[in-house]
Design a protein around this ligand. Structure first.
Ligand SMILES: Nc1ncnc2c1ncn2[C@@H]1O[C@H](COP(=O)(O)OP(=O)(O)OP(=O)(O)O)[C@@H](O)[C@H]1O
Length: 749
């Protein structure tokens, strides 16, 4: 074994060198940051903004260098020409700029993921370097040059690259947070990760095929390969829930990328908090494409010709707001197709000119233009006229438009004649009920059609002017009291106060701006999105540069899709390309096969799947009496927790069931004094709990060492997609308790 020890020692030396270089760079960057910070708040505005820009740059670089500590280096390529290339999380060079470590995303690292014995791509040997902390604990070689192979090497030519490192990673206890897969990305995954930036790429794959992992690594890859384009415009990642986003939130930073905006569809409109819930049928209806015309009509309904004229006395003269004038002013204002609140400016101007003309006629005709402007101003500020014009064309916020639409049946009837009365009744809700996730795309649609409320914009401008005035005032006082008026003007000092907030990154600016357009959008669990949600998302990516990942067999939302073409053709026409992932890395084969049979029997469009591994006794099914099922599940869960939890705190167990069963399991656990978290919850601590109780929908996209599934027939009754999701969450074992018969397809023939 001297050979392997010598190899490990040699690798340790290289790894030590790379960490030493990392430490140097960290120290240098921290030093530069400290110097910039020390330079203090002085200099011209340009100097200051330069200084801020440098400070942000160094802060980002420090954060990036800190985040790559774990498995900084994980691979080595020995090339035909004798060159040895180390592959790692980031690129490192020595002081003379000679490469020490190749970034996994660089073209030079690609053979590490793609080279095979049949297509070695100049690689003689691929080595996986396994480290714990900074210590090399193993190496795993694949010899790609067949001439160098000896008899014992056959196993190394399996379809999986770096099989030992991969299987070790797959078998490791889960921590409640997703980890990166950068050391063991497989060739079919790598092709997707490095696919071109342009156009929409749809990645379909069964549960556990690495869709989420691939989507995240692709985001990191695109930011690296197209940094110039994407740094300014940003990348948006859309996930199914906050819990899911917390589950994945360490992956991109560990890949050296912190600038990706993550959101759910429910959080897409800044300022809207969608905490409401509603029946699935209502959400489904709100998600239909027809709702775009409903919202459009609701907006046009707010441009209304009054049935009767309004007569107003202004300075002893009679001014009449006539329906025919309103009608023609509306028609004119609509002609330029601007959003409602912006077109309103034209409408009001037109109406005031017409009303001013009435006034002028009563004065006897011709008057100078400045007097005419005074008359217009007088009319504009006359209360009755303001009311009459507002009634004809009301400035509106999206919230007001939608709240009125749901709360006032006559408004909905007018805006949605194509819906049946029963459908309209479904949509009715209290005016101050909280927004639901399905409302958010409709609010976005409304915001688009309404444009900025010009009154709100004017109010903001007024507030900004007042703020500026008080800053100037304060600046003058400061200058007077310090006697530094000769050095700096009050305006400059006020500027300085105004710009003293933190410099915002692209991601921060993008996240706060509803109308921001991104350079690329990644959508996970995309099969759940409604037609209205797609409209809202595509508005944010006019270039249609998208990565869309999901599994149409796992759809659980009634508004979601079972067929990509049916979902995407209406919104992307046919301009999207499909890639498939076919290997399941999560679930042991026996569990995956059972889940698949059940899904097929339930008529789901399941993708073909092979499993990377099996685990002995991975599936245990027990029949119990209906009234003891909660207590039995609690016992299984407790036992599983003690079995899987290791000294490092890894190991996670979930009980997955319908809400009714979860309640019973929760009670039983409480009686036994076992801590468990019910529901995915809102805080990140929940994901760190060793035992959680979840509905299948809450468990979506997540994984656990052991899943205790209670009464699969009940889960199936709610939705076949739910059962498929529930059965495919475990990495080690599925424990099933049932009193009702097992679903069709369960038993292997
Ligand atoms: N190449 C790989 N190397 C190591 N682990 C991998 C690899 N590919 C996937 N995995 C692991 O497999 C598990 C499943 O991956 P992921 O959650 O991305 O799958 P998914 O297709 O999104 O699943 P689902 O559709 O069920 O949500 C994760 O633990 C992931 O880290």
């Amino acid at each position: 074994m001297a050979g392997i020890e010598a190899e490990l020692a040699a690798e340790q030396q290289t790894v030590d060198g790379l960490y030493a270089r990392l430490d140097d760079l960290r120290a240098q960057t921290r030093d530069r940051l400290a110097r910039v910070r020390r330079s203090g708040p002085s200099g011209s505005p340009q100097n200051r903004s330069e200084r801020d820009a440098f400070a942000t740059l160094y802060e980002d670089r420090v954060a990036q260098l800190e985040a790559v500590e774990e498995r900084l280096v994980f691979g080595r390529l020995d090339l035909e020409d004798g060159v040895r290339r180390y592959v790692g999380r980031i690129g490192l060079t020595d002081e003379e700029q000679s490469p020490l470590l190749t970034d996994w995303r660089a073209p030079a690292a690609q053979p590490f993921y793609r080279a095979t014995a049949a297509h070695p791509d100049g690689v003689v040997r691929r080595r996986h370097v396994v480290t714990r902390g900074r210590k090399v604990t193993g190496v795993e070689d694949e010899v790609l040059d067949l001439d160098l192979l000896t008899d014992g090497d056959d196993a190394r030519l399996s379809g999986l690259s770096g099989e030992g490192a991969l299987l070790a990673g797959l078998a490791a206890g889960r921590t409640g947070r997703m980890g990166d897969i950068v050391a063991t990305i497989q060739a079919e995954q790598d092709r997707i990760i490095r696919d071109e930036l342009t156009g929409a790429l749809v990645v379909q794959g069964g549960p556990g095929t690495g869709k989420t992992a691939v989507a995240l690594h692709r985001a990191a890859y695109l930011l690296y390969a197209h940094r110039r384009v994407l740094e300014r415009s940003g990348v948006l990642l859309v996930g199914p829930s906050r819990t899911f986003l917390r589950y994945i939130d360490q992956v991109l930073p560990s890949l050296g990328e912190t600038g990706v905006v993550t959101t759910t569809v429910a959080e897409l409109v800044p300022g809207i908090v969608a905490t409401g819930t509603e029946p699935e049928a209502v959400a489904e209806l709100k998600g239909r494409a027809v709702m775009a015309s409903v919202v459009g009509r609701a907006v046009r309904d707010r441009q209304r010709v009054p049935a009767e004229a309004t007569t107003v006395r202004v300075d002893g003269r009679t001014i009449v707001v006539r329906p025919q004038d309103v009608a023609s002013a509306i028609a004119r204002a609509r002609r330029n197709h601007r959003p409602h609140n912006l077109a309103r400016v034209g409408f009001v101007r037109d109406m005031l000119a017409r009303l001013a003309e009435q006034y002028v006629q009563q004065l006897g005709g011709e008057i100078p233009s400045d007097e005419r402007s005074e008359i217009v101003e007088e009319l504009r500020t006359t209360r009755e006229i303001r009311i009459a014009l507002n009634l004809a064309w009301m400035p509106l916020t999206p919230e007001k438009l939608l709240a009125d639409l749901w709360a006032k049946p006559w408004r909905l009837e007018s805006a949605a004649p194509q819906l049946s009365p029963a459908q309209r009744r479904l949509l009715a809700r209290d005016p101050d009920a909280p927004w639901t996730p399905a409302d958010v795309p409709l609010l976005d649609e409304a915001a688009e059609l309404l444009g900025e409320d010009d009154q709100a914009v004017r109010a903001q401008a007024r507030a900004a002017a007042e703020r500026r005035q008080s800053e100037l005032e304060y600046a003058r006082q400061v200058l007077e009291s310090t006697g530094s008026g000769a050095l700096v003007s009050a305006e400059m000092l006020a500027d300085r106060f105004a710009s003293s907030g933190p410099a915002l990154t692209t991601a921060e600016r993008a996240a706060a701006d509803r109308s921001w357009t991104y350079g690329h959008v990644v959508v996970d669990e995309a099969q759940e999105l409604s037609a209205m949600a797609w409209r809202a998302l595509l508005r944010r990516v006019p270039t249609r540069s998208l990565t869309i990942v999901g599994d149409v067999a796992q759809t659980t939302a009634a508004a979601g899709a079972r067929d990509w073409a049916r979902m995407l053709d209406p919104v992307l026409r046919s301009s999207w390309r499909l890639a498939e992932l076919t290997v399941n890395y999560r679930t042991p084969a026996v569990v995956a096969d059972t889940a698949r049979r059940v899904a097929v029997a339930a008529g789901l469009p399941v993708s073909p799947l092979t499993s990377a591994r099996d685990v002995p006794d991975a599936l245990v099914v027990e029949s119990v009496g209906g009234d003891t099922i909660g207590a039995a599940a609690a016992r299984y869960a407790e036992k599983a927790v003690t079995e899987v939890t290791d000294a490092s705190g890894a190991g996670r167990v979930a009980v997955v069931a319908t809400p009714g069963h979860l309640g019973r399991v929760h009670e039983a656990l409480r009686d036994a004094g076992t801590p468990a978290v019910l529901g995915a919850g809102a805080t990140s601590a929940d994901l760190d709990a060793p035992l959680v109780l979840l509905t299948p929908r809450e468990a979506k996209g997540l994984e656990f060492d052991v899943v205790v599934l209670v009464e699969p027939a009940d889960v199936l009754a709610a939705s076949a997609g739910d059962l498929y999701v529930a059965m495919t969450r475990p990495t080690r074992a599925l424990r099933v308790l049932h009193s009702a018969p097992l679903p069709a397809g369960w038993a292997a023939d």
